[in-house]
Design a protein around this ligand. Structure first.
Ligand code: G6P
Length: 587
């Protein structure tokens, strides 16, 4: 959701910022721009489209300090004018977040002035120019005091060395180099550039020059933030021979499950302690993270017999939720930065719940507010659509549910142990090209299952629609006859996930209902009788038999590959689907 990057030092700022923006492109790719301090003049280039659109424009941008931006449009359409940086007087700024009171600020301070863009961000540059009296930091503090909403801002001033950053809500990581320093929205931008990093707190303002970084709180008192080794490595960014990050990351599912299962042992006792006396659990998240919560609900209720609900974070935070001191909220987020999820977690904390974060990002906002952090060890995920992080989340949530049920960490880890190999078998062998072709030609694709297979159906549907744009819906198979059946005809494909023996017969009835209405059907199953029954009548994908509860780990890989292959057939970019961004740090 917009990425910002800043550099100051002896290197070529334009190139360093450009490379950093390319690594942050998963946060938005509607437009991009860079400003460089060339002597005491700021030069800016910005363009509609991807970061690569700037490639040929940087030739005359010589200088050691620069800031840049890759945009996911919120206020103002994607265009050259609305691209950041925005400049006013001696200032150039880039912004990630939403300034909620930008119209009031414009009316109050600039009623007679023209703005060059429709963004909420340009007013920041104008305000800086208005309040500047020779000191960048105090002008920035004054402006931040007026802003409502969320922001990570990088500011360059033609009259100062280096650049400044400020943050509230949206994240900023500082990178400490040797005679050079960096700031970025996220760690991948800093991979291989610096050994140490620090995460800024809300309200912080940092002034970066080649020789050092000074950090202040909102009252401009100097503060110290913990400096830790930079966990991002250039290897995280390699495609390793894969044509896309999505395929690379699907192939990394086995490693994500393995690392997550092993690392849980280090947090099990904290989970146990936090969950003491808990009589109700709410799992919250957005998108794929919410879908992993659907599986967790079933785990917690079945294993621990504790009532559990899965709630979409953006709904939960505004519904005045019922929380008692014995409620635990599990907030699930790959990035740990999704605004709705972090704010749902903060709300739950303020109402007295225990909050457990399940996240792939160890230094994220979510980790800083939660009582306990259960790591998802999926490694850096770059494709906008989540794949290996889903598998890691399901693994972690399964282990949490078993802890709640009083099972030992060893026994849970043993049940999961075969799954990396089972998933590797799928990524290397499953033939679903014919099914991808059916989906690509379909008018609509429906994903159906019962119980734990329904949770996976939701994720399969999300994956397909987000990267192939084929209209799709995930539905409980039993509900088919109460609505979705009206949509079924020869142009539709219904993909059934059938992994549990006990409900296989019931689900098979739904397949028959689709076939008898001339709908096309596919069955992804590890139940031999089901496979036998539908061979020749439906597209059958046989998957290995496994522990019933953990079948989502296997079936989700088939659905991820299906979405990937369908997207390729339709000539979509699977890594950067239109209109989407990976880290949605605004509401
Ligand atoms: C965005 C992405 C989804 C992702 C969701 C939640 O909408 O496009 O792929 O599942 O955010 O992200 P999180 O980082 O909180 O898991």
């Amino acid at each position: 959701m917009c990425g910002i990057m800043g550099y100051t030092g002896g290197g070529a700022a334009a190139k360093i910022v450009y490379d950093g923006l390319k690594r942050l492109e998963y946060r938005g790719y509607d437009s991009a721009g860079i400003s460089v301090l060339c002597g005491n003049e700021i030069k800016t280039v910005k363009r509609l489209g991807r970061v690569s659109a700037l490639g040929g424009l940087l030739g005359k941008m010589h200088g050691g300090t620069g800031i840049g931006h890759t945009r996911w449009a919120t206020h103002g359409k994607p265009s050259d004018e609305n691209a950041h940086p925005h400049n006013a007087g001696v200032f150039s700024i880039v912004h990630n977040g939403i300034i909620e009171n930008y119209s009031q600020l414009k009316a109050e301070y600039f009623s007679d002035e023209n703005f060059l863009s429709d963004t909420d961000s340009e007013v920041i540059a104008k305000l800086l120019d208005k309040f500047y009296d020779g000191d960048l930091t105090s002008a920035l503090a004054r402006v931040c005091g007026l802003l409502r909403g969320s922001y990570a801002i990088a500011v360059m001033c033609a009259k100062s060395d280096g650049f400044a950053v400020a943050k509230r809500g949206s994240s900023v990581v500082i990178g400490y180099g040797e005679n050079e320093n960096f700031a970025a929205s996220d760690l991948p931008a800093l991979a291989g550039l610096c050994k140490n990093v620090a995460v800024l707190n809300d309200g912080d303002i940092a002034l970066l020059t080649a020789n050092g970084v000074a950090i202040f709180d909102e009252n401009l008192q100097g503060v110290i933030r913990e400096i830790v080794p930079n966990p991002a490595t250039p290897a995280d960014l390699e495609l390793n021979g894969n044509p896309h990050y999505m395929l690379k990351e699907i192939r990394e599912v086995p490693a994500a499950i393995e690392r997550t299962r092993l690392s849980y042992a280090y947090v099990e006792s904290s989970v146990k302690k936090a969950m003491e006396g808990v009589d109700r659990v709410i799992i919250t998240g957005c998108g794929t993270a919410y879908n992993s919560g659907l599986a967790a609900k079933r785990y917690i209720e079945s294993f621990a017999r504790i009532p559990a609900e899965a709630e979409i974070a953006g709904e939960f935070r505004y519904k005045n939720p019922v929380i008692t001191p014995n409620t635990a909220v599990i907030a699930v987020s790959q990035s740990g930065e999704t605004a709705d999820t972090v704010e749902a977690a903060e709300l739950a904390l303020s109402l007295g719940a225990k909050v457990i974060a399940v996240t792939n990002s160890p230094y994220s906002r979510l980790t800083r507010c939660a009582d306990v952090v259960v790591p998802v060890e999926a490694g850096c995920e770059i494709c906008v659509a989540a794949t290996k992080s889903y598998s890691g989340q399901v693994t972690a949530l399964y282990m949490i549910a078993r802890t709640l049920a009083g099972s030992s960490v060893q026994s849970s880890a043993e049940i999961i142990a075969p799954f990396p190999a089972l998933c590797a078998q799928i990524t290397e062998s499953e033939d679903i090209d014919g099914l991808a072709d059916m989906c690509a030609r379909s008018y609509g694709t429906y994903f159906l299952g019962r119980d734990i297979d329904y949770a996976v159906a939701q994720e399969g549907s999300l994956k397909l629609k987000e990267i192939s744009y084929v209209p799709s819906e995930g539905y409980p198979a039993g509900e088919l006859k109460h609505g979705t059946l009206a949509l079924i005809d020869i142009r539709t494909v219904s993909v059934f996930i059938i992994t549990g023996k006990s409900l296989a017969g019931k689900c098979a009835n739904a397949v028959e209902q689709v076939l008898s209405r001339k709908g096309k059907a596919a069955v992804i199953t590890n139940v031999a009788e089901v496979a036998e029954r539908f061979k020749g009548r439906a597209y059958v994908v046989e998957i290995p038999s496994c522990d019933e509860w953990l079948s989502p780990l296997v079936s989700s890989v088939v659905l991820q590959l299906l979405a990937y292959k369908t997207a390729l057939l339709l000539d979509r970019d699977p890594d950067k689907p239109r209109n989407l961004a990976k880290s949605v740090t605004v509401e």
